[in-house]
Structures are given as C-alpha cells and as structure tokens.
Design a protein around this ligand. Sequence first.
Ligand SMILES: Cc1cc2nc3c(=O)[nH]c(=O)nc-3n(C[C@H](O)[C@H](O)[C@H](O)COP(=O)(O)O)c2cc1C
Length: 325
Amino acid sequence: MRCYAAPMEGITGQVFRSIHHRFFPGVDKYFMPFLSPGKEHHFQKRDLRELAPEQNAGLCAVPQLLTRSAEDFLWCARALGDLGYREVNLNLGCPSGTVSAKGKGAGLLRDLGELERFLDAVFAGAEVSVSVKTRIGWRDPAEFGPLLALLGRYPMAELTVHLRVREAFYRGGVHLEAFQQAAEALALPLCYNGDLAAVGEIAALKKRFPSLEAVMAGRGLAGDPALFRKAQGGPAAGRQELREYHQTLYEGYAGAFQNRRAAMMRMKELWSYLIFLFAGGERHAKALRKAADPAAFLAAAEAVFRDLPLREDSAGGWRDRPLFG
Ligand SMILES: Cc1cc2nc3c(=O)[nH]c(=O)nc-3n(C[C@H](O)[C@H](O)[C@H](O)COP(=O)(O)O)c2cc1C
C-alpha cells in the first residue's frame, strides 16, 4: 500500500518535505500545497522556490492546482511538465469560503455541469497525468453518487477522496461508507484520506478495503512524523530523533525565510498537531502558543522534549484543534 503526505498549506512546503523525507523516509508521494495559476501564465518567484526540481530532489513531489479555468490549468500543467513533473493534482476539496465563493476547490462540486465542462477540457488537453483530490460533495453525502458517475468518465491517474462534504470543513466524523461506494463505482486507483492518526486505523482500513492501494495523511503525519514508518513495520519516533527533526525544521525555515520569527510562527503551526504525540501537553501547548520570541519558543519546545512522556501515537488529538484554537 502506498503512503502519501497530504498537501497542507502552511505545513508541507519545500522545507518540510525535504526534512521530513530525510528523517522519516517511506512517503511515496508528497502532495504540494495548492498553487493557484493566474491569467498571466508565468510562475511567481515564490512558486519557483517550491517547484524547482532541485528543491524536491530525492523525493516524489506532486504539484496541486486550484483553479476553475481549464485554460489556466492546462498552461500550468504544461509548464510543470517542462520542469519535469509527470503528475499534476487537481484540487476539488478546498473548503475555504473565499476559494469556494470563486467556484474553485470544493466550489466546483456545487455545479456538476460546470465541473463536467471543466474536466472535459482538462482531460482533452493535458499532456501530463492528472490525478484528482475531492470531497464527497458540497452539503450532502448523497451528492457523492452523481459526482462519482461524472469522475469515473475521465482517465485520471488516481482519485483521492477526503470523506467529508465541504460544509463539514474538517469537523465531525468521516463518511467511511462513501469510500465503499467509490470502490464499487470506479475502476481507477483510489486513495483514502481523512483522520488517519494511528497504525491500527490504517490496518483496519486495509482490512475493510483489501484492495486499498493508497492512503493519504495530513494532520496525522504532522502530528506523528513516523506514522507511515510505523505503518510499514518500522520504529516509532524517538525523543532525540524528534528533537533533531524539530531543530532541523526550525533552522530550515529560519534559513528559507531569513527570519527566525517567521520560522517560529511556522513551527507553532506544526506544534498544533505535534503536541498530541506527548502525554499531558496542555500547559506546554500554552507556553508554545504564547512564546513571544524565538528564544522563549525554543525553550518551550525543549521543555516538551525533556519533560513529557511520548505517546504511542497522536490519537487524533488534533481533531477540531482543541489546544491551539
Ligand atoms: C492547514 C491545512 C491546510 C491544507 N491545505 C490543503 C491544500 O493545499 N490542498 C488540499 O488539497 N488540501 C489541503 N488540506 C486538506 C488536507 O490535504 C486533507 O485532505 C485534510 O486535512 C484531511 O486529511 P487528514 O485528516 O489526514 O488531515 C489542508 C488541511 C489543513 C488542515
């Protein structure tokens, strides 16, 4: 079974990918946080810092596009092909109000007629493999049947399904039965996404869906960087390993941003997941969150590594983000 790192804006950028891969190899693909191709049809400097092949050397990184314009998608997919990418992922899941109000991301799920026209043009023109990441609908899981019937008509490389509707954002449980529905309806490779936090959950999924080919984890991997290593029979992350991973990430961000404060902010975002790998982290979470400067932040992080017992896994404690708001 293949293991994928979910795209997470603000978390799984180039610095994270290269350092995570170095410390915890075993991720088959890292999906990049979405890129929104504009009408001007050229990459911004910021985009190229993410996309330049040397930035992703040694790992498989898949760019993801967020757009409702087939023309912009095709321009960008071609330019990514020129950079050496063989797969481009289409985002049909972003729930953000500003994104979906423009009919992008999960916004495309509101009008299957428009989605059909868009996909017709994308698949007629794409010169690289196109995979898709979708939610099961906009408001009601019953929308998934017609959506599957539409998606099944296109030669996509793979379909990843995040088993929530847009209106649920990241809240509430996942609709596991919808994955069954997808497995029955589609012949194309499927990837499961939603709430995976522990090796036992991945094993249970494999038991329920024996033909499952791929799983994708986002918050679960941020919360336990060794999640997939453990799922592949390897060891849990050790205390010293986590300390070094943390320090390397922080330094990586500080170098990339040329700014330790910005690096601290990035790391705080990661801690909103990682704290749950430690038992009894409430007080420490507060110290991390409130740290006003990098020195205070690094001291709060060291207190976690020094004082708190490691748990077997993050147990999905990050669901609904109780400690970081
Ligand atoms: C902070 C954050 C940023 C995200 N950014 C993206 C993104 O850029 N593209 C995308 O397709 N999904 C994005 N997602 C959704 C995740 O890829 C994933 O589908 C979702 O978190 C559910 O999976 P999980 O329970 O394993 O985290 C994001 C989620 C979070 C919490």
